[in-house]
Design a protein around this ligand. Structure first.
Ligand code: CUA
Length: 155
């Protein structure tokens, strides 16, 4: 079989690009620690109101300046839909669905997770600047999807 010289070069370049891409993925996973969010726990959506901590949705202080926000996402509201914390607080959000797939995004933060029935989504954010941070459902969940929002008030 005859292979042209430029074909060989092209094949070699393909290999180089492939190896570079794999190396980039490897560096991201093993060196930078990039990974998909994984569920922090499991629960039965039907029994959500009997399952701690979702039997008591709301915000509570777990340490000085550290809060845990337990939020139920359901069609079509967040419970609670208003959270107040002092500025400089670190808030660990724990969100679970009572029915279908929802999303949870807090504007101007790194909080952006899917809320999958049966799984507990957990994500932490620090609120340095006072103001209102709107959170909303970003996963189409039916007729009232656009009404699914709330806010974090940083005082
Ligand atoms: Cu819940 Cu869209």
């Amino acid at each position: 079989m005859h292979v042209e010289r430029y074909e060989k070069i092209f094949m070699a370049l393909t290999l180089v690009v492939l190896l570079a891409a794999l190396a980039a993925i490897g560096a991201g996973v093993f060196a930078a620690g990039v990974h998909l969010p994984s569920p922090s726990g499991r629960m039965d959506p039907k029994a959500i109101r009997q399952t701690p901590p979702f039997d008591r949705p709301g915000i509570r202080e777990v340490a000085p300046g550290e809060y845990e926000a337990v939020i139920i996402a359901r069609a079509w509201a967040f419970e609670p839909n208003e959270i107040r914390v002092p500025r400089g607080s670190t808030v660990r959000f724990r969100v679970a669905s009572a029915d279908v797939i929802h999303g949870f995004l807090v504007e101007n933060t790194n909080v952006n997770v899917m809320v999958i029935p049966g799984q507990v989504a957990e994500v932490t954010a620090r609120f340095e600047r006072p103001g209102e941070y709107v959170f909303l459902c970003h996963e189409y969940c039916g007729f009232g999807h656009h009404q699914m929002f709330g806010k974090v008030i940083v005082e």
